[in-house]
Write a protein that binds this ligand. Structure first.
Ligand code: SF4
Length: 384
């Protein structure tokens, strides 16, 4: 299999988005955030292009200005704001990163990270924004980011993309691995002018290879079974396939939907209202229970009488057993397995503390037992 890093990452987040983009190859217009990022990446490529005259700051800013596409923004004001941000980012970058101080080895270069599964060789491919050779003789992979949030150092140390880049660079120059020369991997956050760097140990790379193997196998299984589940995640707000996704397509439906002659939107309105009322009543019920209990404690009573009936307080006991004693009784009767049941919640808690290989084995042992659908309400604030 030959798969790009971004396809792999997309599948991990949402198999359905992977299907839309990489199996069905559905083309969608690029989002404005992506266009913004691409323009900055092109400007940085021009800035660091080796062997050419170093462009002046004015030339770089003119490049941004000449290639600015105001039409992708909702209105002039939004475009002006984004343009000002792009200019500020480039000015700050230029001041901090004058190109002559770097020894750039490659720009926007393609890579292949080989992953061997049995007899099959798979290739994870991608594009690295920049590779430098540092004054200490290290190779440094740099990926530019335009996101507003900066991750923690811990997240950078675990970042899958940087690990794959490391594998790609080591594959391109095998002598680096042979000479055991470390490779520096960095993310440059353009909006903040901050570079976060990390390195990968041999153990990290083994773990990442194992993770990649599992991901490739899961993708192959999904392709064979033609089963790509929609998986809502924090990046859904930026997903270009919302109109096709079962979790979002209703939002885009223009024709009025009717269900048993009732407007679905009206049903949702009623559902929301009823849910509020139920929540309110539950809250009041809890408060009444607490007051009655207090009164019972105060008066030493366990039953209280009203006009319509009476309320009795009783203790509910939950028991736990000595499992060894139970086992000696039930096992000879062949009934021990009948009372054993793995508690999913407890297992998740325990698994979090286990090493990655054990977690992976637990994940492999997992099977869907029952599946049912529930309705969950998330209120959205109405635009004024
Ligand atoms: S909107 Fe979210 S759940 Fe739907 S396809 Fe896109 S990423 Fe997947």
């Amino acid at each position: 299999m030959r798969i790009s890093y971004s396809a792999l990452e997309t599948f991990k987040r949402c198999p359905l988005k992977f299907k839309f983009g990489y199996v069905d190859k559905i083309k969608t217009p690029k989002r404005k955030e992506a266009i913004f990022g691409t323009l900055l990446h092109s400007a940085l490529k021009i800035l660091h292009e080796p062997g050419l005259m170093i462009p002046t700051e004015e030339e770089i800013l003119k490049y941004i200005s000449d290639n600015w596409d105001a039409k992708i923004y909702t209105d002039e004001q939004e475009s002006a704001l984004a343009f000002a941000q792009a200019i500020k980012i480039m000015k700050d970058y230029y001041a901090k990163n004058y190109p002559s101080q770097f020894n750039v080895v490659a720009l926007e270069t393609l890579f292949e990270a080989p992953i061997q599964i049995g007899q099959d060789l798979h290739l994870i491919t991608g594009k690295i924004d920049r590779i430098d050779k540092t004054p200490e003789g290290l190779f440094e992979v740099i990926d530019y980011k335009t996101s507003k949030k900066m991750p923690s150092q811990q997240a950078v140390d675990k970042d899958l993309q940087l690990s794959i880049y490391h594998l790609g660079v080591a594959n391109r120059w095998p002598s680096l691995a042979k000479e055991r020369r470390p490779i520096k991997v960095s993310l440059y956050y353009l909006r903040h002018g901050e570079k976060l760097s990390s390195a990968r140990t041999a153990r990290d790379l083994e773990a990442i290879t194992e993770e990649a193997i599992k991901s490739i196998e899961t993708i192959k299984q999904a392709q064979q079974a033609v089963k790509f589940d929609a998986t809502p995640n924090p990046l859904c707000d930026w997903c270009e396939y919302q109109r096709l996704c079962p979790f979002f397509k209703h939002k885009f439906k223009e024709v009025k939907l009717f269900f048993n002659d009732q407007d679905v939107k009206a049903l949702i309105g009623e559902y929301t209202k009823l849910k509020d009322e139920v929540d309110e009543r539950d809250k009041r019920l809890s408060a009444i229970k607490a007051d009655l209990s207090k009164f019972m404690d105060q008066e030493g009573m366990e039953r209280l009488f009203g006009e319509d009936g009476y309320i009795t307080r009783s203790a509910i006991q939950r028991f736990k057993y000595d499992s060894e004693t139970l086992r000696t009784i039930l096992e000879p009767l062949g009934r021990w397995q009948d009372v054993l049941k793995v508690d999913d919640m407890k297992l998740k808690k325990v698994a979090k503390e286990l090493p990655p290989d054990k977690r992976a084995k637990i994940a492999e042992a997992r099977q869907v037992d029952k599946e049912y659908k529930t309705l969950a309400l998330k209120k959205t604030t109405k635009k004024k």
